[in-house]
Ligand binder design. Structure first.
Ligand SMILES: Cc1cc2nc3c(=O)[nH]c(=O)nc-3n(C[C@H](O)[C@H](O)[C@H](O)COP(=O)(O)OP(=O)(O)OC[C@H]3O[C@@H](n4cnc5c(N)ncnc54)[C@H](O)[C@@H]3O)c2cc1C
Length: 323
């Protein structure tokens, strides 16, 4: 039997366990906001934490590459796709409960929906997340948020399935949140549930802040073409020394520079938009070009917020992938 056939047999064995919905040979371009990426061998959408654990255990036992995704709004998949399994935590795993000032959300919950529920319950603290189009799991892993605030500030507890498939609960300190970072990154842990702590405030005041945030996004960000939000990280050290990446890239006259169908947005220079058939290579080449020009101009190394997923299932900041 060929090793390819043995691998296919393993995937068949995996889906016969109770793992949730599954599809073989899915186009990854349908599972990320850049709409880029070739086929993945198998995509599983679990509906329960024990199903997540079963997939993680199996993948770890048989050394099958496993990539966890939410809405894919911070991911660049390769045109060659993925020789492994995508574990998508989304709609099937998105229950939200609110008790007093605490919100418990399954990791597939959609962030703007969660922020809206918090607002209606008069719970403040998530206003900055109203326009972030990802899931709670992706948000916590990335410690996503605004320039000033990350979701970590409101996290009380995170339940994860670790690399061995065991459930663990971590408190905020153990997650070690910092700007767009958490201790969960690179550990293989899958976030399954998050408990958030908020403050009580008048829902009208919260709504007002959310509408301001959405208005600002509509004004600043490209809305029509597929994109992945901010490509480069904007740390406070960077702000203090050279300014935010959008400004630095714009001052380097890179707005509108295009490789293949990938282009530095005319509207916001920290966005790369897909004009229809951009490849992962186009985006990586554009990222490398921007970094080269900026470094030659001001001696600063831009680092990516966006993460690249290799065909072998390795996830890394996109600038580390190379064109
Ligand atoms: C238009 C636009 C605007 C954006 N604005 C913002 C913004 O203001 N602030 C901001 O911080 N981000 C922003 N983003 C980026 C992105 O939405 C966030 O990083 C978001 O939190 C990612 O969630 P996701 O579900 O899409 O994660 P994905 O892109 O699917 O995954 C991101 C990372 O998280 C991991 N991951 C996902 N789910 C889990 C899980 N359950 N357990 C373990 N690991 C997991 C993935 O493996 C990957 O490494 C924006 C993106 C777009 C397209």
């Amino acid at each position: 039997m060929s090793s390819r056939q043995a691998y296919r047999d393993l995937l068949d064995k995996l889906v016969k366990l109770d793992v949730g919905q599954y599809t073989f040979d899915v186009p990854l371009s349908s599972y990320n906001s850049w709409q880029i990426g070739g086929p993945a061998d198998l995509l599983i959408e679990p509906g329960r934490a024990d199903q997540v654990a079963a997939v993680v255990r199996f993948a770890s036992q048989f050394r099958i590459p496993l990539v966890v995704i939410g809405q894919g709004t911070n991911l660049l998949f390769d045109d060659a796709g993925l020789r492994g399994v995508v574990l998508k935590l989304g709609e099937n795993f998105s229950a939200v409960t609110i008790e007093e000032n605490r919100i418990t959300a399954e990791s597939g919950a959609w962030v703007p929906g969660l922020a809206r529920k918090a607002m209606l319950a008069g719970l403040a603290g998530l206003e900055h997340t109203i326009g972030i189009p990802g899931t709670v799991g992706g948000l916590v892993l990335m410690n996503g948020g605004s320039q000033r605030k990350g979701i970590g500030e409101n996290v009380r507890r995170v339940e994860v399935v670790n690399r061995e498939g065991r459930m663990l609960a971590l408190n905020r300190e153990e997650c070690a949140f910092s700007y767009r970072r958490s201790a969960l990154q690179g550990t293989g842990a899958v976030v399954v549930r998050v408990e958030l702590e908020c403050e009580r405030r008048d829902p009208r005041r919260i709504r007002h802040l959310m509408l301001d945030d959405l208005r600002e996004r509509r004004r600043k960000f490209p809305r029509k073409e597929p994109n992945c939000g901010s490509v480069f990280l904007s740390t406070s050290e960077m702000h203090a020394s050279v300014g935010p990446p959008g400004k630095v890239i714009e001052e380097a006259a890179l707005k509108g520079v295009r490789i293949g169908d990938a282009e530095i947005s005319h509207q916001h220079a920290n966005f790369i938009v897909n004009h229809g058939s951009a490849s992962s290579g186009d985006v990586l080449a554009l990222i490398a070009h921007v970094r080269h020009v900026v470094n030659s101009r001001i001696g600063f190394d831009l680092c990516c917020e966006v993460r690249y997923v290799s065909p072998e299932g390795v996830i890394m900041p996109a600038h580390q992938a190379g064109p």
